[in-house]
Design a protein around this ligand. Structure first.
Ligand SMILES: Nc1ncnc2c1ncn2[C@@H]1O[C@H](COP(=O)(O)OP(=O)(O)OP(=O)(O)O)[C@@H](O)[C@H]1O
Ligand SMILES: [Mg+2]
Length: 248
């Protein structure tokens, strides 16, 4: 057992180039996330939330700073090591789901295992269980474009959880879900955090979703404007009010 943080972020900086213009997205963000924590990242549109998630999930390179995820120093990994890292160490629920249109829902969910050549009976049973728990078992044979936004989101969640990654990144994971399905997601997540000690970093606009986290970190214009423990708030509107004072 180690007490090393699951995420160790120091002065992380990222600027996008758009034509000749530089668009600063993250400016010296420093943050430690202990293993097993469920962290919510909130912030206005354009504050850098997705950028932070993408860098931590090794989907993009950063300009400067230090970024260690599950013990791996991402700046020191080659492209092929980063691919391996994305496959084995992290699960990602994208803001826009990123399901593959030509594959069925079941095939989309199975993809992380197929890429590692390790589909077996146990994994097939896990896919069945995830489909069941997320209430999309009847949709397994359909292609994503035949599904509602909420069903696609649940398929993306199942795909991210399939291989029990030590770190789960989720960008607005309940943004398209009604309250019953959001609850199904939280139940699954709590199970993953409780049984498997998964570390969760979730971007959300929703105070109700942030209430489910342990800690809330607020981004403003690419830097951390403040943080608080979700449980310090007695309800979602109190959390929303606290967030508003930091976000603007
Ligand atoms: N690929 C890109 N090229 C150029 N600029 C980008 C790119 N991706 C993001 N940006 C810019 O970086 C800043 C942060 O964007 P980001 O997507 O991280 O915001 P966000 O907090 O996730 O917003 P939202 O809540 O709308 O999803 C914005 O100004 C955005 O326009
Ligand atoms: Mg975003």
């Amino acid at each position: 057992m180690t007490d090393a943080p699951a995420l160790h972020i120091v002065d992380l900086t990222k600027t996008y180039a758009q034509g000749k213009r530089a668009v600063p997205a993250l400016n010296k963000v420093s943050l430690d996330v202990p293993p097993g924590e469920c962290l919510a990242i909130m912030g206005a549109s354009g504050s850098g939330k997705s950028t932070l998630l993408h860098l931590c999930a090794a989907l993009d390179r950063f300009d400067s700073g230090e970024l260690v995820v599950a013990g791996q120093n991402l700046a020191q990994l080659s492209d092929s090591q980063l691919t391996e890292f994305r496959r084995k160490t992290v699960g990602i629920v994208f803001q826009h789901f990123n399901l593959i249109p030509s594959l069925t829902v079941r095939e989309n969910i199975a993809l992380p295992a197929l890429l590692q050549g390790k589909i077996d009976d146990a994994l097939n049973a896990r896919i069945d269980a995830l489909l069941e728990k997320l209430a999309i078992a009847h949709r397994g044979g359909h292609r994503p474009d035949a599904l509602s936004g909420g069903e696609q989101q649940r398929a993306a969640i199942a795909r991210a959880l399939l291989l029990r990654p030590p770190v789960l990144f989720a960008d607005e994971p309940t943004g398209n879900l009604d309250s019953t399905n959001a609850q199904r997601f939280w139940d699954l997540l709590r199970q993953a955090v409780g049984d498997e000690h998964v570390t969760v970093v979730m971007v959300t606009h929703e105070p109700l979703a942030a209430m489910q986290a342990d800690r809330v970190v607020v981004l403003r214009d690419g830097h951390i404007a403040g943080e608080f423990q979700a449980q310090e708030n007695s309800n979602a509107s109190q959390l929303a009010a606290r967030y508003q004072t930091m976000a603007h």
